[in-house]
Ligand binder design. Structure first.
Ligand SMILES: *[C@@H]1O[C@H](CO)[C@@H](O)[C@H](O)[C@H]1NC(C)=O
Ligand SMILES: *[C@@H]1O[C@H](CO)[C@@H](O)[C@H](O)[C@H]1NC(C)=O
Ligand SMILES: *[C@@H]1O[C@H](CO)[C@@H](O)[C@H](O)[C@H]1NC(C)=O
Ligand SMILES: *[C@@H]1O[C@H](CO)[C@@H](O)[C@H](O)[C@H]1NC(C)=O
Ligand SMILES: *[C@@H]1O[C@H](CO)[C@@H](O)[C@H](O)[C@H]1NC(C)=O
Length: 360
């Protein structure tokens, strides 16, 4: 930018011929475009630097990048930082991932009350080094990425404005009952790969939650009172052996339920618990089922591979088979069970007429 000012002064001072003028203008325009393509320059083409631009250029910690093209963003990721640098007041998006940050003190974000997006994933954050009040002071925070850290406790004082929260790949075993209190905008909650044994009623009162990822925890049962708007429920790789009757009822948005790699047996599956017409995909693979549970004719994808199923019960899919009554299953996986293709009755062709993929 300084270079350009010098050139522009020169162009005015030096008495240049027409040809020189045109070639130096070409050169200037090249410089200008190059500045744009690097995200610098914005108003330089008007050959004026307003005080605002000047300060947005200057107000950036040395260890970070603040391209003027994205004046609300500050990039401090991937540079071995051990502390959160000073955050200028205009910043809304701060990228601090892939560093060596272990703690966050109470006042680090005080200067930037409008922060809406904080990426702190893939650091070395420890719960005992995070101030309880540091996030509570950010009333516009909507995305908080804290995954891939060394947190042992659920963070306290998270703002109610959050919409997306990533806490996966930490060492969190307990989620206190009031953790999500008042978070009426939270739509996605990622808690996968933690050692959580029981969520109790922690999920109470999350009226907007649509995605809940709890893969790879130590849950023995399905969390109570699942949020009403839930559409995707991921519970793979837990220790769940049974599901409560009616746990999928009255959840009109729930489309995907994944329960593979658990300890499910038929004894733990109440009749008709999966016979709900809203479900589109049900993954029960890698469990201990001996029979095919009853499903709704609306279901499209059913994964049952790697169980101990010994019979192909057509009634699990269709109670009535005629012109108008058949299953909507597209994909059915039954491989790695104790049945073979000969165990499939011929009427299956009518009931499963839409299936393009049946693996036995
Ligand atoms: C925060 O945003 C509000 C509304 O957009 C604005 O009026 C205020 O000046 C901003 N605060 C800072 C410190 O930038
Ligand atoms: C994770 O935190 C624990 C204390 O909670 C500490 O003993 C351990 O060294 C930390 N691990 C890493 C990789 O930082
Ligand atoms: C996770 O936390 C437990 C205590 O809750 C501790 O014993 C264990 O060392 C921690 N694991 C890591 C990787 O820090
Ligand atoms: C599945 O649910 C439907 C609708 O509630 C019901 O009509 C049907 O009988 C149920 N299937 C079985 C096998 O009970
Ligand atoms: C069979 O299909 C007819 C016509 O779509 C429908 O009215 C009836 O309820 C269906 N019966 C069953 C048992 O699904």
């Amino acid at each position: 930018m300084r270079g350009w000012i010098v050139l522009s002064l020169l162009a005015k001072l030096v008495n240049i011929s027409t040809t020189q003028s045109s070639s130096s203008l070409t050169w200037l325009s090249y410089l200008r475009n190059r500045a744009y393509s690097h995200g610098y320059g914005r108003s330089h083409s008007q050959a004026s630097l307003t005080a605002e631009d000047e300060s947005s250029q200057l107000e950036c910690p040395l260890e970070c990048d603040c391209p003027s093209m994205y004046r609300y963003a500050m990039y401090c990721n991937n540079r071995n930082l051990q502390h959160v640098p000073f955050v200028p007041s205009r910043i809304k998006y701060v990228y601090l991932q892939n560093n060596q940050i272990t703690g966050i003190t109470n006042e680090v974000f005080d200067n930037a009350p409008n922060l809406s997006w904080i990426s702190l994933h893939s650091n070395k954050l420890r719960s005992d080094k995070i101030s309880d009040k540091v996030f509570a002071k950010l009333p516009n925070l909507v995305r908080l990425f804290l995954h891939n850290n060394n947190l042992s406790r659920f963070p306290k004082g998270l703002p109610r404005s959050l919409r997306v929260l990533h806490l996966n790949h930490n060492n969190i075993s307990v989620v206190p009952a009031d953790s999500f209190h008042g978070m009426s905008s939270l739509t996605a909650l990622h808690l996968q790969m933690n050692p959580i044994e029981d969520l109790g009623n922690a999920l109470d009162g999350l009226p907007s939650l649509t995605v809940l990822d709890l893969r790879g925890n130590r849950l023995r049962k399905i969390p109570e009172r699942l949020p009403l708007k839930l559409s995707q429920l991921y519970l793979e790789y837990n220790h769940i052996s049974s599901v409560p009757a009616g746990f999928l009822n009255n959840r009109p948005e729930l489309r995907f339920v994944r329960l593979s790699h658990n300890q499910l047996t038929n004894g733990g599956i109440p009749a008709n618990v999966f016979n709900v017409s809203t479900l589109v995909e049900l993954d029960l693979s890698f469990n201990k089922l001996e029979r095919i549970p009853t499903i709704s004719t609306s279901l499209e994808n059913l994964y049952l591979q790697a169980n101990e199923i010994t019979e192909f019960s057509l009634s699990s899919f269709c109670r009535v088979v005629d012109r108008n009554n058949y299953s909507n299953l597209r994909v059915l996986r039954l491989d790695a069970n104790k049945i073979s293709p000969q165990d499939i009755p011929t009427e299956a062709v009518l009931c499963l007429r839409l299936a393009t993929n049946i693996d036995v």
